[in-house]
Design a protein. Sequence first.
Length: 133
Amino acid sequence: MPTASNDFVGADAIVTGFGTTSHSGPKPDTLHEVTVPIISYSECASAYGDKRTITSSMICTDNADRKGWCNGDQGGPLVSLENDRYSLVGVVSRSIGCATEKYPGVYARVTDALSWIWTSAADGEYCRDPAAN
């Protein structure tokens, strides 16, 4: 898991998935991956303006090279190298279009959910049944 205090701004990250490679393209048979740079909250919010609400519980990547996630990749991982190991820093969430240059890729920020993850995953070997006492 990522370090809670790391915002990862400026770091490269890898997003993987079985999503399409264009808005209406077919789904691939093989897992795809692409490296994208993580950008700041203010840069992301500014790009979206009033088209989408961007909050601090989100992390964004730059799609300037028209690289990013697309349809079918939602829920997939965004990982970044931290202390010589890859950490899950985001979960594919939303965007406008597929890897459009104008709008960054938006992910759920994992560091915002760390407390819940650690509580729910207990010792990391199993997830507790929320219905159990």
